[in-house]
Design a protein around this ligand. Structure first.
Ligand SMILES: Cc1cc2nc3c(=O)[nH]c(=O)nc-3n(C[C@H](O)[C@H](O)[C@H](O)COP(=O)(O)OP(=O)(O)OC[C@H]3O[C@@H](n4cnc5c(N)ncnc54)[C@H](O)[C@@H]3O)c2cc1C
Ligand code: SF4
Ligand code: SF4
Ligand code: SF4
Length: 369
C-alpha cells in the first residue's frame, strides 16, 4: 500500500470513535466476527467492553468498524433494504398477542409470544437452534444457545429459579451480549438460527448480513425486543436502589420493562413501578445516545408497552416475519384476543409506540457526544 492510499478503519478507530467516547453498547458484534473468522485479535473483557487480546493478529480489515452499530457506515444501505421510516421503522402489521400455552403465559415477560414463536420454529424445522438469554439472577442473564423446546422454556421471561442470596452475584447488568454465541455455530454452515436481541444487537447482525460475512449467514430469523435502556450496576448501587425504593432484591418475584420498570415483589399485591428517570445513575452510558426503541431491522419486534398485562405488542416488519408469525398463529402456538385488537386499540398502540420512540430519539439527540 502506498502512502496516499486510504487504509480501512479498524479496531484502533473503534477505540477512538466509540470506546473513548463511552458509547460502546457492548453488543459483541465486532468480537463475534473476528472470532468466527478465526482471526482472534479481539475479545470481550470481564467488564463487557471488547479489547485487543492479540493485537498482532489484527489484519486491519476494518470489518469490526463497519459492523459496529455506533458507526453510521452501512446505515444508508440498511435503511433502503428495510424501507426504514422514522420514528419506528417499516411495519406491515401490529397486533397484541399471547402464547396459547398457559404455562408459557405464566412465566413469560409479557404474553410469551417470543417463546411461542421460537418453539413453533423449532418444532416445524424452520430452525435448528435459537440464541436467547437465560436468567441467572434478577438483573442478570447469560447468552444461551437453545437447541430444543426445554432450552427455550428455560430462557423464558421471568423464570426465577435462583439458588442462594442475590448479594452473592456482585455485578448486575440487564444487557446480555447474546450474539457472541453465534461464533459457536459458524462451523456448521447448514445450521439455521433465530436470534433474540435488543436493537443494537440486531443492528450489528444486519450489518454483517449486508456484508455477507460470517457468522451472520446462519441467522435466518431475528426476533427483536423493544428497548428504552439497559442498566449496569454493582452491590453498592443495588443497596442504594433498595433503600431508595424500599424493597429487597431477594423479594423480587417478577420484573418487566414497559414504559417504566415494573417489579413484582413477594407478598405484595401491587407492583413497584420505577420511572426510567429515577434510574439515570445506573443506566448504561451507551444507551443514552441510542435512538432505536422499536428494533427497526428485526423481522418482528416485541414489547410490553401499549398492551395489557399478559399480552405482547407485536410489530411484524419483513416477509420472513410475516411467514413465521402466520405459522405460529395458524398452528395455534399463539392467539390474538379480539377485544384487544380492534382498529381503535391498534391505533392507540401505534400512537403510544411512536410517542415513546420520539422520547428516546430526543434523549439521544440531547446526549450526542
Ligand atoms: C433489556 C430489555 C429491555 C426492554 N425494554 C423494553 C421497553 O423499554 N419497553 C417495552 O415495551 N419492552 C421492552 N422490552 C421487551 C419486553 O420486556 C419483552 O421482552 C417483550 O415484550 C417480549 O415479551 P414475551 O412475553 O413475548 O417474551 P418471552 O416469551 O418472555 O421471551 C423473552 C425472550 O427474550 C430473551 N431475553 C430476555 N432478556 C434478554 C436480553 N437482555 N437480551 C436478549 N434476549 C433476552 C429470553 O431469553 C426469551 O427468549 C425489553 C426487553 C429487554 C430484554
Ligand atoms: S482483524 Fe479486522 S475485525 Fe479483527 S480487530 Fe482487526 S480490524 Fe477488527
Ligand atoms: S460492535 Fe458493539 S461491542 Fe463492538 S465496539 Fe461497537 S458497540 Fe462496542
Ligand atoms: S438502549 Fe438498548 S438497543 Fe440501545 S444501546 Fe442500550 S441496550 Fe442497546
Amino acid at each position: 500500500m502506498t502512502e496516499n492510499e486510504v487504509k480501512p478503519k479498524s479496531f484502533v478507530d473503534l477505540i477512538k470513535e466509540v470506546h473513548e467516547k463511552g458509547i460502546c453498547g457492548e453488543c459483541g458484534g465486532c468480537v463475534s466476527f473476528c472470532s468466527a473468522a478465526e482471526i482472534g485479535a479481539i475479545d470481550i473483557s470481564t467488564t463487557g467492553l471488547p479489547y485487543y487480546s492479540n493485537e498482532e493478529n489484527c489484519l486491519h480489515c476494518g470489518i469490526c468498524y463497519l459492523i459496529c452499530p455506533e458507526i453510521h457506515e452501512l446505515d444508508e444501505e440498511l435503511n433502503e433494504r428495510f424501507n426504514f421510516k422514522p420514528p419506528i421503522g417499516n411495519w406491515s402489521k401490529i397486533v397484541t398477542a399471547q402464547a396459547s400455552d398457559p404455562q408459557i403465559q405464566k412465566f413469560a415477560t409479557d404474553g410469551g409470544v417470543v417463546t411461542a414463536i421460537l418453539i413453533a420454529l423449532l418444532e416445524n424445522n424452520l430452525i435448528d437452534a435459537a440464541i436467547v438469554a437465560k436468567k441467572i439472577g434478577p438483573f442478570q442473564r447469560t447468552p444461551f444457545f437453545a437447541k430444543n423446546k426445554q432450552d427455550i422454556i428455560d430462557a423464558i421471561g421471568t423464570n426465577y429459579n435462583i439458588e442462594g442470596p442475590v448479594s452473592e452475584l456482585g455485578k448486575y447488568n440487564t444487557f446480555v451480549p447474546t450474539i457472541t454465541e453465534l461464533k459457536k455455530v459458524v462451523s456448521s454452515d447448514k445450521m439455521k438460527i433465530a436470534v433474540v436481541g435488543v436493537p443494537c444487537q440486531i443492528h450489528s447482525i444486519r450489518k454483517m448480513q449486508e456484508l455477507k460475512i460470517i457468522p451472520a449467514h446462519v441467522v435466518e430469523y431475528t426476533l427483536g425486543l423493544f428497548c428504552y435502556e439497559n442498566f449496569k450496576f454493582d452491590d453498592a448501587a443495588r443497596a442504594r436502589i433498595e433503600e431508595r425504593f424500599n424493597f429487597s432484591f431477594n423479594d423480587i418475584e417478577k420484573m418487566n420493562i414497559k414504559e417504566n420498570l415494573i417489579i413484582n415483589l413477594k407478598n405484595k399485591d401491587e407492583p413497584l413501578i420505577i420511572e426510567f428517570s429515577d434510574l439515570q445513575d445506573i443506566m448504561r452510558h451507551a444507551c443514552r445516545v441510542c435512538e432505536n426503541f422499536t428494533n427497526y431491522f428485526a423481522d418482528i419486534s416485541f414489547g410490553g408497552i401499549a398492551s395489557q398485562q399478559g399480552l405482547t405488542t407485536t410489530l411484524i416488519r419483513t416477509k420472513a416475519g410475516e411467514k413465521i408469525y402466520k405459522l405460529a398463529l395458524n398452528k395455534g402456538y399463539i392467539n390474538e384476543p379480539s377485544d384487544s385488537n380492534t382498529s381503535i386499540e391498534k391505533s392507540k398502540m401505534i400512537a403510544q409506540i411512536i410517542s415513546f420512540s420520539k422520547r428516546k430519539a430526543n434523549r439521544a439527540e440531547e446526549f450526542q457526544p
